[in-house]
Design a protein around this ligand. Structure first.
Ligand SMILES: Cc1cc2nc3c(=O)[nH]c(=O)nc-3n(C[C@H](O)[C@H](O)[C@H](O)COP(=O)(O)OP(=O)(O)OC[C@H]3O[C@@H](n4cnc5c(N)ncnc54)[C@H](O)[C@@H]3O)c2cc1C
Length: 443
């Protein structure tokens, strides 16, 4: 490929998605300079931001495999085969995520993954990482990136600078993009279940643990050091909220009341509770992700979502995979590449945003309903019978790579069919016939 001067990329943000996009582009021969506001977390130990660990699934794995980074990270993954539900009375049961052996999601350390992806990108000779470069805005007229202390010329810019993206803000200033940020009204706080005295896990390490309690919940994901990171999701205000739990006694009483089995496993609960910050949750909806052939946004900058489907990073890495195939398909036609990227991905961003919001209600409330359990079993039975047509929505999201908007569309058809069958509106024969008629085979 003959490179032009304009084929150089400036990429803002070296979080989880930025280094992956840079590596994809470098593999196609494009030079990339990455500018990151923080210092280098590989040198100065610092938090990688937000959650300590996260769930990696098929869409993310695909991208990591494509760029050749999966092998390195594989040994740091802990498989989680299902949700371990902790009832209020202390009983537990497992709800498998899928029914095939490989249908598991993986717990991974955010900082380990981020560092590894930076190393991987930096290992490419045409990728350069620059730290302590805090973008303030973009001057599109003069093709300049405005950083805190200097202005740097650019040819083409990609923004993966997270939920409060400055690249997005600069594009919006110069165009007619519609953007909204919808706060959830709930936040989160992380707590730790340390290893036991024999340096072992205190809970089943191959599950994602959930304590569903209606309006709020506690979850826990395993770490490589045999600890668990718990995340408490609570309303910001009102009863049982981050505002109302404002004393040591209230916090301990709250845990003893709602999560007694977890409370026993978290030493220094009130200390840790008061030291750890409350993270706020919101959804970003943005109806266009590019500015001509000059700039594009992806990852949380384009579609920050609430974390209840474990898909924010996976969706962000899938953005990179989609961009890669468009760059290959429309070589050098950046107007076409960026506009196709936006047209393809905006509906997918909206779809996963909505599914993530719906999943909060499922995780904190519905997982213990009898109706939910009947529905889930029926989904698995139908998947066994119609394996290429009927795939439960959770599985389509986590174990397949279908565009999220297509997952949403198929999921709605499936929900309606199942509801009609459970409520006795349609017979089993009609259910089977409708699956054949309404759901095309998934390729
Ligand atoms: C509590 C919680 C749990 C989560 N769990 C999961 C999960 O289990 N699975 C999952 O798939 N996703 C999960 N996510 C979502 C996931 O964290 C994000 O979707 C993912 O980090 C997005 O990657 P990104 O690169 O777009 O943004 P980020 O990872 O946020 O990276 C943005 C980068 O840009 C840099 N930056 C910001 N502003 C500037 C600037 N002005 N100039 C230069 N650099 C800048 C930042 O320092 C950062 O390095 C979770 C999120 C939260 C909050």
């Amino acid at each position: 490929m003959q490179l032009r001067d304009s084929d150089h990329f400036s990429l803002i943000g070296a979080g989880l998605a930025g280094p992956v996009m840079a590596t994809y582009l470098s593999q196609l021969g494009y030079p990339v300079d990455i500018y990151e506001s923080r210092s280098d977390m590989r040198v100065n130990s610092q938090s990688a931001g937000r959650s300590i660990n996260l769930a990696l699934s098929q869409r993310g794995i695909r991208a990591l495999k494509d760029i050749g980074a999966f092998k390195k990270i594989k040994s740091s993954l802990i498989p989680m085969s299902g949700r371990m539900i902790h009832d209020a009375d202390g009983n537990t049961h497992i709800q498998p995520y899928g029914q095939k052996k490989n249908e598991v999601i993986y717990s991974v350390s955010r900082s380990k993954l981020n560092k590894s992806l930076m190393d991987h990108a930096e290992g490419k000779e045409n990728v350069n990482l620059h730290f302590n470069y805090d973008l303030k805005g973009i001057d599109f007229e003069n093709s300049k990136l405005n950083f805190q202390n200097k202005n740097i010329p650019f040819c083409r810019v990609l923004g993966s600078d997270g939920a409060s993206s400055k690249v997005r803000a600069s594009i919006i200033k110069d165009s007619d993009i519609h953007f909204s940020k919808r706060p959830l009204g709930h936040g989160y706080k992380e707590l730790t279940i340390p290893p036991n005295n024999n340096s072992g896990f205190q809970l089943d390490q191959n599950a994602l643990h959930i304590w569903p309690r209606g309006q709020f919940m506690l979850i826990a994901l395993p770490n490589f050091d045999q600890s668990f990171t718990c995340t408490l999701f609570l309303p910001m205000d009102g009863d049982n909220s981050f505002t109302s739990l404002n004393s040591e006694k209230k916090v301990v009483d709250f845990f003893k009341n709602y999560f007694p089995d977890a409370e026993e496993l978290i030493p220094n609960l009130s200390d840790e509770y008061h030291k750890r910050p409350v993270g706020k949750l919101a959804t970003i909806y943005c109806d266009k992700w590019h500015y001509g052939g000059i700039a594009a946004i992806f990852g949380d900058a384009a579609h920050a979502i609430v974390p209840f489907f474990g898909q924010g990073m996976n969706a962000s890495l899938q953005d990179c995979t989609v961009m890669n195939s468009l760059v290959k398909g429309y070589e050098g036609d950046w107007d076409e590449i960026f506009s196709k990227f936006s047209d393809n991905q905006v509906p997918n961003g909206f779809a996963i945003a909505d599914m993530a919001l719906e999943n909060y209600v499922e995780m904190r409330d519905s997982v213990n309903d009898q109706k939910y359990k009947i529905r889930r079993q029926l989904e698995f039975d139908l998947e066994n019978k119609f394996w290429d047509r009927f795939v439960p929505r959770y599985s389509m999201v986590s174990f397949h790579e279908l565009p999220y908007s297509e997952v949403y569309r198929r999921g709605e058809i499936q929900f309606k069919l199942i509801d009609s069958f459970i409520e006795g509106i349609i017979t089993k024969k009609k259910l089977y016939a409708d699956i054949e008629n309404k759901l095309s085979p998934i390729r």
